[in-house]
Write a protein that binds this ligand. Structure first.
Ligand code: ZN
Length: 434
């Protein structure tokens, strides 16, 4: 594995206290025996003086993740338009893959037979898989929920499937990600009665997942739900902490509630989670949400936002999003963002990128995705540096002062439009609109 140094982080002074597993075992990631692996370890290196923001290190069997961290989404075992070498060069330390999609195609057994997800997709860094629950619940008309699990029809061929907590654990163990999730039910955030029902199931399923979980090299996270209801969020956090998971995810946010409602729920939930365990806010990736959530003590994020925007010609800059198809870029020799160190900005002009999008050239998607993922990774690096230097709040204020936030109504309308265009599960699709 002579390439491993490309993605592992430099060894830190307390390397001896928390050696990554390859240093302990001295063997490559390919086909290593399970007995040689060690479970996830997490340490908080520093907490910001003026907020709950914290700097941490998450060690997985496939490498270290400096937190707060952002994970690009690789729905179908690929981060659309990028290859693993791109991801390493971009400094990506964690990616997310979707259990629902991989279970349906190519199938978890196929992936296991091919050596597991890391080997199958050629990415030897850390991977997180969701439980598939979020996609299944977004199938709306095509699923039936009972206390045992969810029956659903595949969006690919209409075939009937059932996800139970045990099944979802088995699938995720076959895939072999480093961080795996319990089956949960993500309810419409404002529907009290539905949230009460869904929470009872989410809790029973968390217990069942915990009992069914076998692989010691995979860390299973519990998922806090409860919509926008403070008492339900509290109940959920307390119940799951009682089950003593190695990490906690917060689900059911960024699904239609306002930013204020989301932050209020974090304000209630995060203080109830153990300080020494990682906290993962699922599906959140707008820069302004990341900054506010880091301030409340969140360590991990994932979102399709940077990659999906890129494929729609929307590029992230510190002054907000620009649409590179715009006529004003026709003769613009400047890079997408002045000062950006990404491959796209170092080599190409806005005029060229605009031309590629207009001509529907494949390189357009790749260059735009490189820039947007770089933007997120650089933002997380700046956040970590600010926390390390006790100036996180002033960094956050400075960033937000320049970064225009898209109003709730516009976001809601976009969400609606996407939903109408899509006959496939939320967040991903056959057409590559993830
Ligand atoms: Zn760039």
């Amino acid at each position: 594995m002579k390439n491993r140094k490309l993605w592992t982080r430099p060894l830190s002074p307390d390397f001896k206290a928390h050696p990554p597993w390859f240093a302990v075992h001295g063997v490559s990631g390919y086909n290593r025996p399970m007995a040689l692996t060690m479970p996830m370890a997490f340490s908080v290196l520093r907490t910001d003086r003026d907020s709950q923001a914290r700097l941490g290190r998450l060690i997985t069997p496939h490498g270290e993740i400096a937190t707060p961290a952002f994970a690009p989404v690789g729905t179908q075992a690929t981060v659309k338009a990028l290859d693993p070498r791109d991801l390493r060069e971009l400094g990506v330390e964690l990616i997310l893959a979707n259990t629902y999609h991989l279970y349906l195609r190519p199938g978890a057994e196929v992936i296991a037979e091919m050596g597991g997800l890391h080997r199958f997709m050629g990415w030897e860094g850390p991977i997180l898989t969701d439980s598939g629950g979020f996609q299944v619940f977004s199938l709306a008309a095509n699923r039936t929920v009972t206390d045992e699990g969810v029956a659903f029809r595949s969006h690919l061929d209409g075939s009937l499937h059932v996800f139970t907590p045990e099944k979802v654990m088995r699938i995720q163990e076959l895939l072999g990600a480093d961080l795996i999730m319990c089956l949960d039910e993500c309810a419409e955030p404002h529907d009290r009665a539905y949230n009460e029902q869904a929470l009872a199931r989410t809790h029973a399923w968390a217990e069942a997942c915990r009992n069914a979980h076998r692989r010691p090299d995979q860390a299973l996270f519990g998922i806090v739900q409860g919509g926008i209801f403070p008492d339900l969020r509290q109940q959920s956090a307390e119940f799951l902490v009682g089950l003593d998971f190695p990490g906690y995810a917060i689900g059911g946010l960024s699904v239609g509630e306002t930013k204020e409602e989301m932050q209020a729920m974090l304000g209630i939930t995060v203080p109830l989670l153990p300080a020494n365990k990682p906290r993962y806010l699922m599906g959140v990736g707008a820069p302004e949400d990341i900054l506010e959530s880091v301030a409340r003590g969140i360590d991990l994020f994932d979102c399709v936002l940077p990659t999906r925007l890129a494929r729609n010609a929307a590029l992230l800059t510190r002054q907000g999003r620009i649409n590179i198809r715009n006529a004003r870029f026709e003769r613009d020799p400047a890079p997408v963002e002045e000062g950006c160190r990404c491959y796209c900005c170092r080599h190409f002009s806005r005029a060229y990128l605009r031309h590629l999008f207009k001509a529907e050239e494949l390189l357009a998607y790749r260059l735009a995705t490189i820039h947007n993922v770089h933007f997120m990774i650089a933002l997380m690096q700046d956040i970590r540096e600010a926390i390390a230097q006790d100036r996180f709040l002033s960094f956050k204020e400075q960033f937000l002062a320049r970064y225009p936030i898209i109003p709730h109504e516009v976001r809601a309308a976009n969400r609606e439009k996407r939903g109408a265009r899509r006959a496939t599960p939320s967040g991903m699709s056959r057409a590559g609109r993830s």
